[in-house]
Ligand binder design. Structure first.
Ligand SMILES: Cc1cc2nc3c(=O)[nH]c(=O)nc-3n(C[C@H](O)[C@H](O)[C@H](O)COP(=O)(O)OP(=O)(O)OC[C@H]3O[C@@H](n4cnc5c(N)ncnc54)[C@H](O)[C@@H]3O)c2cc1C
Length: 424
């Protein structure tokens, strides 16, 4: 039986034969789905959110044990969370501003590095680093008080699009009808599949090993990234209390080996890679979480809305695009989808329904440009740094130094990283 997490003015079916009609149904309970459902309800739209994991609020992270999923949040994301009125409610003692980013090439030469600085760019910070469950908890708290939002802990079984809207059949047997469905159901999006939207997919044949460490040296509010020979990438993102969050992209076989290391072996590993630069920068590292691993791939959906003749569905977040974490942009990109969708719907002409084809096309057009640019850049960077020929090796390392000397390119890179969004 599905669990109803929040009850308000929307009346849900009490038994399986009843049907409930609302403005929008958001499918998916990740950060992107939660932010979108909250934002739609704040616009005054009767919204239902469905996901199998909505039965209980995510507990607030507490104490010295930090969450396993750590993200870099762009200032654009900060702007969206402020618009949703949750940024100030987040426990800021668990958020780390990033003032500098330092990216190192794989030749071990001093000049093969790119330095991006918030001070030089005239911005207070380049990003924030924090726990996924910190944001999810705050979104859950805000959603509890939003009387236009109903949450159902269940799974969508099947979906039918007709001329009026979309009919969703849930696993518990009940049926929902909505003008518009927003698919935030993740990388394997069942809704995307049901609509027959094709995707371009590519496995990077890499996994990311993530873990949090306490370091003896100050991290100087700097996010570090080392490209290593052979295509591995090690990022160390600063966290409060002299901690760093590691994202090490490597082959699945090596990832499995890294998960087995004890503290002494980790310490030896850190001092032997990147010519010892990691230990030199951060000092001794003590593990402060259970390491975990995630497979890495690239996915881009051919459409961000349902089929032309009858769209009525918008894809957001990983349902529309999955990128390599080397730029820490996947979630930020998904939250930009949310901002654009909210903007498009709130500014619609009074005669347009929420599922108007022209409206949905506006959303798709705006998001496809930004997404393909980020997908292209992260994919090219990943491949350039995995290539083994001497020419490519020289090119990438020389390129880092060259970009570093160009204020113009650095400015453009920072603008991309800040990920500004248009919200009124
Ligand atoms: C190692 C790693 C590091 C990363 N670091 C960063 C970073 O620093 N910054 C950043 O911006 N991004 C980062 N990302 C990317 C980020 O993790 C994802 O882009 C983001 O989590 C996607 O969120 P989402 O809500 O779209 O999807 P998900 O979090 O996958 O949520 C999908 C939801 O849909 C639900 N669902 C699925 N099927 C159904 C169904 N049939 N019915 C109902 N519900 C359903 C699921 O239960 C789930 O709740 C990283 C990714 C990795 C792998």
């Amino acid at each position: 039986m599905s669990e109803v997490h929040q009850n308000t003015s929307v009346k849900l079916p009490k038994n399986t034969s009843q049907k409930s009609t609302v403005d929008v149904v958001v499918v998916g309970g990740g950060i992107v789905g939660k932010a979108c459902a909250l934002g739609l309800a704040q616009l005054g739209l009767q919204t239902i959110q469905i996901a199998p994991d909505l039965g209980q609020s995510v507990p607030a992270p507490q104490g010295n044990q930090w969450g396993q999923r750590i993200y870099a949040f762009s200032p654009g994301t900060q702007k969206l969370l402020s618009y949703l009125q949750i940024w100030d409610a987040i426990d800021h003692s668990r958020l780390q501003p990033v003032r500098d980013m330092r990216i190192f090439g794989d030749r071990g030469e001093k000049h093969d590095q790119l330095h991006l600085s918030a001070f030089e760019a005239g911005t207070p910070q380049l990003a924030w680093i924090g726990e996924a469950n910190l944001i999810e908890h705050t979104l859950d708290q805000a959603s509890r008080f939003q009387n236009k939002l109903e949450r159902i802990s269940d799974t969508v079984n099947t979906m039918k699009v007709d001329s009026d809207g979309v009919i969703l059949h849930l696993k518990n047997g009940s049926t929902l009808e909505a003008q518009l469905v927003v698919a935030a159901d993740g990388a394997n999006s069942p809704i995307r599949t049901e609509l027959g939207i094709s995707t371009k997919e590519e496995s990077y044949s890499q996994s990311a090993v993530v873990a949090n460490w306490i370091c003896t040296n100050a991290h100087l509010e700097t996010a570090y990234q080392w490209f290593l020979a052979g295509g591995d990438i090690v990022a160390m993102l600063p966290l409060p209390n002299k901690q760093v969050s590691m994202v090490w992209s490597t082959s699945p076989e090596h990832a499995a080996k890294l998960l087995q290391l004890d503290e002494a072996a980790w310490s030896q590993t850190f001092s032997s890679i990147a010519n010892g630069a990691i230990t030199e920068q951060l000092g001794d590292l003590t593990l402060n979480s259970v390491p975990a691993t995630f497979p890495l791939r690239r996915i881009s959906a051919s459409r961000f809305i349902g089929p032309d003749e009858n769209p009525k569905v918008a894809l957001i977040g990983d349902a529309a695009h999955v990128i390599h974490p080397l730029a820490g942009q996947g979630l930020n990109l998904g939250l930009r989808d949310v901002a654009t969708l909210l903007n498009t719907l709130s500014k619609r002409e009074s005669f347009r329904l929420l599922n108007d084809k022209i409206l949905l096309r506006r959303y798709e057009r705006q998001r496809q440009g930004d997404t393909s640019a980020i997908l292209w850049v992260t994919d090219r960077l990943k491949k350039l740094f995995s290539a083994s020929s001497a020419t490519e090796k020289q090119l990438r390392n020389w390129g880092l130094g060259l970009v570093n000397r160009s204020h113009f390119i650095k400015r453009r890179l920072i603008e991309r990283a800040l990920g500004d969004i248009d919200l009124e």
